[in-house]
Design a protein around this ligand. Sequence first.
Ligand code: ATP
Length: 662
Amino acid sequence: MIQLAQPLSQLLKHWQQEGLLTPLDRHFALQMQALHSDGDDLFTLICALLSRQLSQQHTCLPLTQIDKNNPLHEQQPQCQLELTPQALAGQLTQYQAISPADGELNTPLILDGDRLYLQRYYQFETQVAERLTRLNQPITVAAPDKVACILNILFAGQAEKPDWQKVATATAFSQKLAVITGGPGTGKTTTVTKLLLLLCLEQQLTIKLVAPTGKAAARLSESIKASKARLAQELAPYGDELDLEQLKQVPEEAATLHRLLGVIPGSHRFRHHKDNPLRLDLLILDEASMVDLPMMHKLLEALPEHTRLILLGDQDQLASVEAGAVLADICAGLKQTSSQESGWRMRYSQEKAALLSQLTNEDLSNYIDARPALGDSLAMLMHSHRFKGDAGIGQLAGAVNRRDLTGILSVWQKGYDELSWLEHQLSPQGNAGLKALMAQSVDKYRPYLDLVGHLANKEQAQEVDKEADQQLDLDEIANQIITRFNNFRILCAMRAGEYGVEGINAAVTQALKDAQLIQPSSEFYAGRPIIIQSNDYNLGLFNGDIGVILPGHGPTHRLMAYFVQADGSLLKVLPARLPSHETCYAMTVHKSQGSEFQQVAFVLPPRPSVAQRQLLTKELVYTAITRAKGHFSCLGSQAVFEAACSQVTLRASGLAQRLWPA
Ligand SMILES: Nc1ncnc2c1ncn2[C@@H]1O[C@H](COP(=O)(O)OP(=O)(O)OP(=O)(O)O)[C@@H](O)[C@H]1O
């Protein structure tokens, strides 16, 4: 059944030393073995593999993938399992600690078909699936003709056929759950602003806007404000037909998910849960791809039964940092699998297609499906209005997303102004590519650091009088400094090593020091950008928040860390009080989700290790590219770039199958 080259305890230790298991994986397996008297080697091994799956952000262990998953197969056959998945499933339910999903579910592990779960994750997954399925139901549209008239005005002059933004608006208006997905600039915010106006014109609802991080919440607020301003102009000629005053009612303040749910300091629980639900009629959650399975579970549990939910996000982006790929699983049923078709395709029930056609005057007969499952709640926007069709960033993002290696090469070869490539050139004198990136970084961060220098000089020249005026002035400059800092960012594929965040931050710091733009004589210096690494609810600082160290006002010019908050105001914190943080001239692509920069420099390692190669996926590259609004450059080698684009993130989960039963 199981053949081991060494005693299992030694093998587990060895795999941990090799980095194939985390200390937690090994500890969990040994603990489970100690707790369950019938736990033999097979049981212990399976526990280690299940824990390893969770460490790698999967929500379960598919028995069919054990061969691929097994760390032992990555080296030499130190351990061999001689069981088919069916036989293994039969064997597993013999253990006291594992029960089948149709049983009482009172064991720590649950086997559902060929997927093994920790009980908690099984509950998360099944409950999320149940709630989403329950939310997938129509809302009666009382006056469809009137709604159709308003939609005609809101989407007047659109050339696209069908006009998917209009269809998405009608979908979200007439369904309790709506998932509006699309790449950057496909009009998700524009669509949702029009939807909010339509709702404000038609009903009175308590609406809340949220995003997973402070940065994403701030960006959502800004985008909605900008979108409202554009809409006010566009709709001005229709003042007689629409009550444009209602535009003022459209909410624009967004909070973080944590804030909405109510953080209890020192606890993993939130103030709002199923016994103390939120008070709202409609929730809009942006950047939904960043939300992991446990968090989605907590959110859905806290929503009152009558509440409508709208998820916005890009299903092609990196999945959440923690377990699951909830948004991708929700959209999975729209993915085309046939070789003749590529991309995504809507699936509507007959009734929904008829209603949407009535509301939008669009012909959706090609999108009717006999088993639409969640299809009636989904809307996908595919045309980017930000990246002009012929522009480099959009072309590159599209080719990467399709994993079209020929297309990718041809985009690079076309020599777009928006794109530049820096090749790793390793020699005994160092890496000429890396040196070029450092020169670029000095250039790009110079305007930001010049302003920091200007502020420091100004502060020294000022006397203490007119403190209030000075404060105002300082806030204004601090805002400008942060805006300039956000113009450019280096994004790394990984954290550790010379080409990870750690190495690149050290190199940029040295380059800026050599250029006399900073004076890093101590840990905190004027101009040091920092990223917060843990949540501090008392200070109101959260993992991923980015701030800048600047000289404070007053005679001592004491350094302070400045952060722009979701509502646009500045938060100032004494450096000594900051929760754990690090320098962020460079940050990981993961941490950059929910942010955008005018210019992005992406760094791939020249010779990734086996473990690093696993992290280099097309979702990572796509997310890095789509953070750039104006210019994208990459320090890499063609082989590593192509290998990354060829690899897709696969998160083992049963959610897609629960939502889209065959
Ligand atoms: N139908 C349209 N016709 C022309 N321009 C549009 C249309 N829809 C959106 N835009 C423009 O495209 C830009 C991006 O739109 P929007 O911010 O709504 O996209 P988004 O999908 O929310 O982007 P992101 O993912 O970056 O948040 C805006 O300048 C907007 O005015």
